[in-house]
Design a binder for this molecule. Sequence first.
Ligand code: NAP
Length: 337
Amino acid sequence: MCMRAKSWTCNFPNGIFPRQDHQTLGIRIFGADFCFIILEQESMQLIDGKAVAARFKDQIAAEVQELKASNGKTPHLVAILVGTNGASETYVAHKVKACGELGFKSTLVRFDETVTEAELLDKVREINEDDDMDGLIVQLPLPAHINPDRVMETIHPAKDVDGFHPINIGRMAKGLPAYISATPQGCLMLLEHYGIETAGKHCVVVGRSQIVGLPMSILMQRNTYPGNCTVTITHSKTKNLAEICRQADILVGALGRPEFITADMVKEGAVVLDVGLERVPDATKKSGFSLKGDVKFDEVAPKTSFITPVPGGVGQMTIISLMQNTLLAAKGEIYQK
Ligand code: NAP
């Protein structure tokens, strides 16, 4: 529970009575009037990514049906998976499942860990040319012998529904229509859904990766809502990280270090978005692991005004944004078909 002083009222009992949901302190002054400090008890609100995602799912599924009915087009997402990384398998499986649930067509292309970069790029070019395939994602990370930047740059910008192509990143930075990286876009959708004020706030992003931290920092400074923040982007070489985090009105954890952000790094009443999603060994779980975010939830949550849990927070929205981007691709709304 976080308590913030909201206002003073004086001259009770003739004046204002405190609201029942306010905690009050009474002070006798000169033996006559009472002066009340009203402390408003503002509870932390859990940002329920699952519930928000469910609403968007219904909306997207309805739009898919409309598109099918109006011009017979079924949005088609292609995912390329290289190797057998457990986490990547799970992420791709979730994306394929979402396609089925929302009425999209999906194709999963698998390559062995030993695939050459040239073979992978050939496949990407082939998909670029296929008019039925609207969106293409290549699940990261890729094996060390494949340059991910070269792969991302080979995906046609109009099919780059992950928003990783330099053209989409550049267009996003300029505020032009673009596919926006799914995870930061999901964070924005949550801020918007909960009506969280962002203008003039200090947003601190921990992590500067090209897929999360960097786009998140660009989006949060744009002259729009959600946005108009003063943004600080931090990374592994940042000095005084805890001190900088404590200045955040909106703190985004995107570093991939389980439970790294502790209560002493968070300001009272801050909004905390936890992007981190790491598998941590857990003998009590059938799977042998549990999922942890970058934020030490139990100790941080009571200090916050809003916080995303892990799982059930940002991750849920990442898939929704990807589906939304694929729908835009099928409709040719960002790049004309
Ligand atoms: P990444 O490419 O490894 O980047 C991590 C960033 O964090 C880097 O910029 C790194 O700094 C910074 N960092 C690492 N240790 C740090 C420290 N001690 N202090 C400050 N900064 C530090 O990771 P990513 O792909 O952005 O992913 C980050 C996390 O988000 C991961 O847990 C990932 O699984 C998760 N994720 C979740 C979703 C979702 O849907 N929920 C989607 C994508 C990613 P340097 O640049 O200096 O190395």
